[in-house]
Design a protein around this ligand. Sequence first.
Ligand SMILES: N[C@@H](CCC(=O)N[C@@H](CS)C(=O)NCC(=O)O)C(=O)O
Length: 225
Amino acid sequence: MPNLTLWGAGTSRTVRAHWAMYELGLAYTSKPIGPRTGETKTAEYTALNPRQKVPLLQDGDFCIGESAAIVAYLSRTYSTRDRALIPEKQRDYAAWLEWCFFIVAELDSTSLYVMRRHRADGLGTIYGIAPEVVARAGEYFREQLRHVEVALADGRRHLMGDQFTSADILLTTCLEWAITYEVGVCDNALPYLERIHARPAYRLGQEANIPLVPITPVLPKAPPA
Ligand SMILES: N[C@@H](CCC(=O)N[C@@H](CS)C(=O)NCC(=O)O)C(=O)O
């Protein structure tokens, strides 16, 4: 019986791990701490994760951070014949890895997270409000999404075809994030999202990701006058 504890709730990164737990039918303890609440900065949490970020997974005495790595680890460790979130065949595995890196590097870190860091209603008060950067990052996101549009154009149900994988978890969170930011998504993404939203584990993962207390941002101290 695994001893799994998942730290973090309330963000597009934390939901990935909650959702994967439900896809794999795993029981786990949730510690729904939030970013910028001070909870990631406690001595207890910093000892577990010096990066002071969520999500973080504890599996017994093993700790792993980075949402994409957590879902990959869970899939690799706890997939069964009926529930597997990673393809087995070597080239399918390579293609899956390519999707994961593409989504995390190009869609998340280089586009959506850049927008979040520089939007006035995001983290702009910390990293600098920069409307032009936000607009360009949105355009870059749309350009990169061409890769998704072309792939889904052949009518596949999921990124890897018939098999739902953790790459679909990553992509869905980025598409939803882009819709929230009114960047828009490509045409083929809409029926794709409908298919994904019909998954029971999707809904359960969303519910598990609701923070117990509202996240109140801790703003940086004003610079000395
Ligand atoms: N690349 C990381 C990003 C994690 C990350 O930036 N998490 C944010 C919330 S989405 C966080 O924990 N920030 C901590 C804080 O500012 O207190 C992942 O995908 O897990």
